[in-house]
Design a protein around this ligand. Structure first.
Ligand code: NDP
Length: 312
């Protein structure tokens, strides 16, 4: 069996561009949806051209034109969506319901990976903090539509994107590590899981032709990257040879501060609450599902320490 042909939706996005690179690197014939709506956004257009020069095919299509989506889907075996899902940037998770309809109509797709790539919504939809819960609720709506349509799927639960969480030493609103002081959430000992986004893309592409991942949730939880906020800070301190001043933020003070913010920020902070104060990412057993670094030991994933070196 040859390698599947892949269509990536959201291919110029933060994660999407990495999925395109990983798909090309792993030898898949790779198609990227080129939406007319991007117009003269020169950065996106240049990125698409650069992918084309690396061997990708650009497919014209739009969420406003259902038939164009169906035709795009018919070209491939696998569809991966990396459509936006971060309120402080853009949030279009429910648009995927049109994509699910298009995949159903096309009838040829062997695997669909919807835009997930975060905490597993099935595990936390009942306990996630409001209003951040909306992200999980919408991802569950998409899952239900996929399963109702009988579309073969893989859900990738990628835990924390390193750029957001490690860059800011687990502090919301910061994406560069400080060199003077750091806010520690609660006791700072709740473990989370941090992944380089390029590794997330590599693992996601690995799953698409793998029968072990069919109709499963795949967790990206490599053992070296399961750390508490204090351990992340210690790793950074070792790299810069300096101890940071630490200011503890209690859960009560954190919750009080959330109320004063605008909605998009409240959504983001809710996720940080669940990760930092509840320790949600390490609060359950994977059970019958699969873990990516065990499935693909050949992938040399980036450790937290290696990732943090880029900021020194
Ligand atoms: P981006 O904000 O970078 O957006 C991705 C793409 O969405 C864009 O490039 C664009 O595609 C497409 N898009 C946006 N608006 C529209 C629209 N109106 N119609 C059609 N397409 C649209 O997304 P991210 O990479 O930040 O997020 C991808 C996934 O990762 C989400 O599910 C998100 O929840 C998750 N995530 C997880 C994080 C974690 O820490 N675990 C952190 C951040 C995100 P085009 O290229 O066609 O223009």
């Amino acid at each position: 069996m040859g390698k599947s042909k892949v269509l990536i939706i959201g291919g110029t996005g933060y994660l999407g561009r990495r999925l395109v690179k990983a798909s090309l690197a792993q030898g898949h014939e790779t198609y990227i949806l080129h939406r007319p709506e991007i117009g003269v956004d020169i950065d996106k257009v240049e990125m698409l051209i650069s992918f084309k020069m690396q061997g990708a095919h650009l497919v014209h299509g739009s969420f406003k034109d259902f038939n164009s989506l169906v035709e795009a889907v018919k070209l491939v075996d696998v569809v991966i969506s990396a459509i936006s899902g971060v309120h402080i940037r853009s949030h279009q998770i429910l648009l995927q319901l049109k994509l699910v309809e298009a995949i159903k109509e096309a009838g040829n797709v062997k695997r669909f990976l919807p835009s997930e790539f975060g905490m597993d919504p099935a595990k936390f939809m009942d306990t996630a903090m409001e209003p951040g819960k909306v992200t999980l609720d919408e991802k569950m709506v998409v899952r239900k539509a996929i399963e109702k349509a009988g579309i073969p799927f893989t859900y990738v639960s990628a835990n924390c994107f390193a750029g957001y969480f490690l860059g800011g030493l687990c502090q919301f609103g910061k994406i560069l590590p400080s060199r003077d002081f750091v806010i520690i959430h609660g006791d700072g000992n709740k473990k989370a899981i941090f992944n380089n986004e390029d590794d997330i893309a590599t693992y996601a592409i690995k799953t698409i032709d793998d029968p072990r991942t069919l109709n499963k949730t795949i967790y990206i939880s490599p053992p070296k990257n399961i750390l508490s906020q204090r351990e992340v800070v210690q790793t950074w301190e070792k790299l810069i040879g300096k101890e940071l001043q630490k200011i503890t933020l209690s859960k009560e003070d954190f919750l009080a501060s959330v109320k004063e913010l605008e909605y998009a920020q409240q959504v983001g902070l809710s996720h940080y609450h669940d990760v930092n104060y509840q320790g949600c990412l390490t609060s359950f057993e994977i059970g019958d599902e699969e873990e990516a670094s065990k499935l693909y030991p050949e992938v040399k994933y980036t450790s937290v320490e290696e990732y943090l070196k880029r900021y020194v």
